[in-house]
Design a protein around this ligand. Structure first.
Ligand code: DX5
Ligand code: ZN
Length: 227
């Protein structure tokens, strides 16, 4: 189980401190949301900011590109310190070449699918990716409410992984809190991106620990766990 706090919900006026705080929280990854003001109606930050915070942690950098033209950004983010780059399946015919480009840069590949997009769109790429990101809100903003209709997509992703004997991670992103993380874990998710629900707590460490317990509770070995 991977817990990936999303930097979007951190205090931007003290980013380095927030990154260090995440590092000490016991989180596995740092999720970095890149918004271009075109693919989504918001702008976040770019490679220069990723590069600036990179020295403050050894955490795995999970870079989520909500961008119409990721091809111009892959190299800059790779150089800035990304460990994985996630592109969106809604980019259609661009998806395959983008996957190969990310691989050629020596980085892990993620593929994201938005709530209105059918999950069948990702199927042709499943054997080429390291992670499938099921968006559980419409991307663009933190703090939105979890869309329950996305749960069957997680189940389908899990079923495919089993049937096809593949190993991609199943990540969920948007509106993930202690309640919805449990629902996603039951549906088959193993990677939990959460902004507001984690950074909103006084102790990020306690929040990460709690979310990990909830995610693991899906595992029969933790069935009796009380959180
Ligand atoms: C949404 C982003 C998310 C966002 C999640 O567009 O992709 O990663 O940070 O934020 P919360 O957890 O607040 O919904
Ligand atoms: Zn994201």
């Amino acid at each position: 189980m991977i817990i990936a706090p999303s930097l979007l919900a951190a205090d931007f006026s003290r980013l380095a401190k927030e990154v260090r705080r995440t590092s000490k929280s016991g989180a596995d990854w740092l999720h970095l949301d890149i918004m271009d003001g075109h693919f989504v109606p918001n702008i976040s930050f770019g490679p220069a900011v990723v590069k600036a915070v990179r020295p403050f942690t050894k955490l795995f950098f999970d870079v989520h590109l909500m961008c119409s033209k990721p091809e111009i950004l892959l190299e800059p983010f790779a150089k800035a310190g990304a460990d994985e780059m996630i592109i969106h399946v809604e980019l259609d015919e661009q998806v395959e070449p983008l996957i190969w480009k990310i691989k050629s840069l020596g980085k892990k590949v993620g593929l994201a699918v938005n709530p209105p997009t059918t999950i069948s769109k990702v199927e042709p790429f499943l054997d080429k990716i390291d992670l499938l990101l099921v968006m559980t809100v419409n991307p663009g903003f933190g703090g939105q409410e979890f869309i329950h209709e996305t749960l069957p997509k997680i189940q389908q992703a899990e079923a495919w992984r089993r049937e096809k004997n593949l190993r991609y991670q199943i990540s969920v992103d948007g509106g993930i809190n202690f309640q919805t993380a449990a629902e996603c874990a039951r549906a088959g998710a193993d990677t939990f991106v959460a902004g507001t629900s984690l950074f909103g707590q006084r102790s990020l460490k306690a929040a990460v620990t709690k979310m990990r317990k909830i995610a693991n509770a899906n595992d029969p070995a933790f069935a009796d766990l009380k959180v």
